[in-house]
Design a protein around this ligand. Structure first.
Ligand SMILES: *Cc1c(COP(=O)(O)O)cnc(C)c1O
Length: 471
């Protein structure tokens, strides 16, 4: 059966539907507090089954409003603190409409969006305190940024790697206990092997640099080639920070590439004290992986790899067969091309949503929101400590608060209660905590990377925990 073609038959009708969609999206954002997470309906697979029959824009918009908007992941709600998820910005609506209108491919060539990505990279570089000439690339997230950084780190010690592969060389990498899984995945994916990711014990919640030096010496003596140490700025479980200045000193003494996983925690760089100084020294890293989609609240997906040395960044990825050759003038100009700095050749426009957010709200608003999130985590800790049956699982260092709802019960019983309370409050739409293990028991965990949260939200959520934990 012949289709009607991929063309808009009636632009006036299409405009009307597109505007209806935009209005519904704006409502969704404006009313985020009244639209918590809810379980997906039983028949969701049937609702989403691809019929692939032309039904026109009105039917598509109807179905999106009815079947898509309500069943979101909850992270736009002011009482969502599960895992580490960003809250999404109203400006994302503006940026995504504009981005779709021109459909930029940011792998290269001479067009405006690439210049904007360079501007966003440069702003980020300055905030992180990396020197001029450092190099950056917007990517899906910290997971991808980590792979990119590690590949460049590996090339520093194995110049022929791209041609000859790693062969029998045993590279070893180092990270603190509690390092995010993204580091493990990158090490596995690059063929370094998880056995060669050595977990360094922590001292006062930070990598013990003396232990690091001892492990490096031991591995060298055993014939390995130590090449990389990963510092953490904001650990996923507890929001802890390595002493990045001490680590930068140690890395330089030991001849290691210093990579910082700053997925969310790097952004304490623009927070007020005492939180800002948690990430002191981050600008001394050889590479930083960070996200905009967590603690800069920008819509998914959006992260960045920042590398101190552009030559090393480029050397790891540049590859330009003849069909991609650049030119002095015309569309094939515009060097450097981003495809020479990462995995992807074709790339979407992530820069515009960052740029739109910063131009609309201003950097100061983000500084205040990030500072405010840390203050809220401290406030949550105070609320917890004011409840006779609750107790913190660990001191609150930045924006993560881990606690048990019933410290008066036996550990197994606490685990049961905390897990149940998390589920009940998710389903009731009152608040989203996730869980983690601390002190050998399941505890409630809030990672506050949410610009919509206020003290009243925290107070109400802790009260709801108390209520549920009492039954
Ligand atoms: C979320 C997170 C990652 C992974 O980042 P993605 O953007 O999800 O790929 C890595 N490290 C830490 C500390 C994180 O919180």
């Amino acid at each position: 059966m012949a289709g009607k073609g991929i063309k808009t038959q009636d632009w006036a009708a299409f405009r009307e539907e597109a505007q209806r969609m935009l209005e519904a999206a704006l409502d969704q954002m404006q009313q985020a507090a009244e639209r918590p997470w809810q379980p997906v309906p039983e028949d969701i697979d049937a609702r989403y089954a691809v019929t692939a029959e032309a039904q026109g824009p009105q039917a598509a918009v109807d179905r999106i409003i009815r079947d898509v908007l309500p069943y979101h992941g909850g992270n736009t709600h002011p009482r969502f603190w599960g895992w580490v998820q960003g809250s999404g910005l109203a400006t994302d609506l503006i940026a995504s409409v504009a981005a779709a209108a021109v459909n930029a491919n940011m792998g290269g060539r001479d067009h405006g969006a690439n210049y904007m990505e360079r501007a966003v990279v440069d702003w980020t570089r300055r905030k992180m305190g990396m020197p001029e000439g450092a190099s950056g690339l917007l990517v899906t997230g910290t997971s991808q940024a980590t792979v990119i950084a590690f590949q460049a780190a590996r090339l520093r010690v194995m110049k022929d790697l791209r041609k000859r592969g790693q062969g029998g060389v045993r590279l070893t990498a180092y990270a603190g206990e509690g390092v995010h899984n993204a580091t493990l995945k990158a090490v596995e994916l690059l063929g370094i092997g998880s056995d060669n990711l050595r977990k360094v014990p922590l001292k006062d919640g930070q990598i013990d640099c003396a232990a690091l030096a001892a492990m490096v010496a031991e591995d060298k003596a055993a014939g390995a080639l130590p090449f990389l140490v990963v510092g953490t700025a904001g650990s996923v479980d507890l929001g802890l920070y390595d002493d990045l200045n001490a680590l930068a000193d140690a890395a330089s003494e030991l001849g290691l590439w210093l990579h910082v996983d700053g997925a969310f925690g790097a952004w304490t760089r623009i927070a007020a004290e005492p939180w800002r100084s948690l990430s002191d020294g981050i600008g001394r890293a050889d590479s930083i992986a960070l996200d905009f989609h967590k603690w800069m609240y920008v819509g998914y997906d959006c992260g960045m790899a920042l590398l101190r040395n552009e030559d090393e960044h480029r050397a790891a990825f540049s590859a330009r067969p003849s069909y991609l050759e650049g030119a002095e003038r015309g569309l094939a100009g515009g060097e450097p091309w981003f495809c020479d700095y990462g995995i992807d050749l074709s790339r979407g426009n992530r820069a515009l949503k960052i740029w739109t957010a910063l131009e609309t709200y201003g950097e100061a608003a983000f500084s205040e929101a990030i500072t405010g999130n840390c203050a809220l985590a401290a406030y949550m800790a105070a609320q917890v400590e004011a409840q006779p049956e609750m107790a913190l699982g660990a001191p609150v260092v930045s924006n993560v608060c881990v606690f048990t709802a019933r410290s008066d019960l036996a550990p197994e019983k606490q685990s049961e209660v905390n897990a149940r309370v998390a589920q009940t409050l998710q389903e009731s739409g009152e608040a989203v905590f996730s869980t983690t293990r601390s002190q050998g028991r399941v505890m409630l965990r809030a990672a506050i990377t949410n610009h919509r949260s206020r003290e009243a939200d925290v107070a109400a959520a802790v009260a709801a925990v108390a209520r549920e934990a009492a039954v």
